[in-house]
Design a protein around this ligand. Structure first.
Ligand code: MN
Length: 448
């Protein structure tokens, strides 16, 4: 089975021993989240029995960078480059009439929480949240599609509270409101890792994330199909599709919710989605993302790395790789490796990174001999190649992340650390110790 599909990927992980089945009943409130957290970064998990629901629940499907590498079949050091190329070369999707999810359509008297095993995660959360759903909508003026992921509070039988940051879905919604219309949307739950990743691509408004997904799929054309009620196309292989509208004026409390920085985001009056249809394929599997898990951090982090690589490289061509670290919640801490051609380039790379997006807070630049995915190596470079009075750059009072509680409503300092050696010194004063033959040695050869 094609591992670039949702079900194919689950089967692939299981065949590699990377998916654990939980066969005892788990409570969708807290217990499911606690078990998922135990396997964070280690394994995918399939909960066969969740509360009184028939639907199994899968989570941690993209629990490491290695998962994405395997799914895309690229080398570790080429992963971000590969994503960046797909963003540069979107591929138009093909369209089909029929789709498996159209086999079971529920309309009329809906009860989302009766149909779907929506988990409640953290202790202060306002309630059960859909966390792994793609929200697909169209610009009401141009018809251009937009795909994004939003936390969705299951607030009533057929309603969700939604957080829309001032990005593309919000723009579509504001345009619809100006026309006096609610915004039609589809919520897609249960989709392959590459489409999830593409939904987070940093694109200009108007560009279609599904075309990036199609490009990431390679020769397998991503097929779209029109929803049953709303005028929105969704991937035909979706497990579960909810259709509805973001209401024109209705507002309701949404939050608190435990977010990616591992703190709560406070409650506020926010827009409301009214759902009119739930459809799902035969024996559907519900997909959910544990907030602040590696899966959550990576889906957004890899897309941001692709954007960072491109924009830093346009200023500093000697950039080799970038890494948004887990410790920095894949948003705030960036490590850059460069193959320095000119003195001072590390500081230019720091400035370019800080200009790419407001979330970037601390940046470390290292030479090409440092493995930027090994944080012990990065720390070693800071320990032995950096002097605090010359190599640290601090920009006060700039815009950062509003979710970083140490900022003043998002205003805070940024810091860059140049941990590169002086030009030409990698083979002199900074020559690394090395045991001859180490790289070629095969350990097993020395045992019978
Ligand atoms: Mn967009």
């Amino acid at each position: 089975m094609d591992k670039k599909t949702f079900r194919g990927w689950i089967n692939y992980l299981e065949s590699k021993g990377l998916l654990i089945r939980v066969n005892k009943n788990v409570d969708p409130a807290y217990q499911l989240g606690a078990l998922t957290e135990k396997m964070d970064g280690e394994n995918a998990v399939l909960f066969e029995h969740v509360g009184d629901y028939e639907m199994p629940v899968v989570s941690n499907l993209c629990f490491s960078r290695e998962c994405f590498r395997l799914c895309m079949e690229v080398d570790r050091d080429k992963l971000v480059e590969h994503i960046s190329n797909a963003i540069e070369q979107p591929e138009p999707c093909t369209h089909v009439e029929s789709a498996p999810f159209k086999e079971n359509i529920i309309e009329g008297d809906l009860d989302v929480l009766k149909e779907l095993p929506v988990p409640t995660y953290h202790e202060d959360d306002a309630g059960p949240y859909v966390t792994g759903g793609l929200v697909i909508a169209k610009d009401p003026e141009t018809g251009n599609r937009n795909v994004s992921i939003h936390r969705l509070l299951a607030s009533g039988k057929d309603t969700f509270g939604i957080l829309m940051l001032p990005r593309h879905l919000r723009l579509c919604y504001d345009k619809a409101r100006a026309l006096g219309q609610p915004l039609e949307i589809a919520i897609v739950i249960g989709i392959d890792p590459l489409t999830l990743l593409a939904s987070q691509a940093i694109l200009p408004f108007g560009a279609d994330e599904l075309e990036v997904a199609n490009s990431l799929h390679g020769d397998r054309a991503l097929q779209l199909t029109r929803c049953t009620k709303v005028d929105v196309e969704v991937p035909a292989e979706a497990e579960i599709v909810l259709e509805g509208k973001i209401q024109l004026e209705e507002r309701a409390m949404e939050g608190p919710f435990g977010e990616f920085p591992k703190y709560y985001s406070p409650p506020e009056m926010r827009p409301v989605i009214k759902v009119n249809t739930i459809s799902y394929r035969k024996d559907p599997v519900y997909y959910t993302i544990l907030p602040a898990s590696r899966e959550h951090l990576l889906i957004g982090g890899l897309a941001r790395e692709a954007s960072l690589l491109k924009s830093i490289r346009s200023c500093v061509p000697s950039v080799r790789q970038v890494h948004l670290t887990f410790g920095g919640t894949c948003r705030y801490h960036l490590v850059i490796s460069i193959e320095k051609m000119n003195e001072g380039e590390a500081k230019n790379a720091i400035l370019a990174a800080m200009g790419n997006n407001a979330d970037i807070k601390h940046v470390v630049v290292v030479d090409q001999d440092v493995d930027i995915f090994n944080m012990e190596e990065v720390e070693w470079a800071v320990a032995t190649r950096c002097q605090g009075d010359k190599d640290i750059l601090i920009i006060p009072d700039s815009l950062g992340s509003k979710l970083d509680p140490s900022t003043n409503k998002g205003i805070g300092a940024k810091m860059g650390i140049d941990a590169t050696v002086p030009l030409g010194q990698l083979s002199a004063r900074f020559k690394r110790i090395r045991i001859p033959g180490y790289d070629e040695l095969i350990f097993e050869d020395f045992f019978d």
